[in-house]
Design a protein around this ligand. Sequence first.
Ligand code: F3S
Length: 64
Amino acid sequence: MHIDIDEKRCNGHAQCELSAPEVFSVNEDGIAFLLTDDPAAAQREDVRAAVRRCPESAITLVDD
Ligand code: F3S
């Protein structure tokens, strides 16, 4: 599974970090970035929750 963050859409809502703090963080400019691009199987439901909760629809999951 590959995670893509569209930095142009991201507006710093941090719902991704709240949903999956081991996978997402938000930098000092309010833009999300990945802590890992290869989340463990146990984290994947949290990643899906992050996708659902992002108000800007900035996160996309791509099955490899
Ligand atoms: Fe950005 Fe969405 Fe996270 S707006 S900070 S990717 S919740």
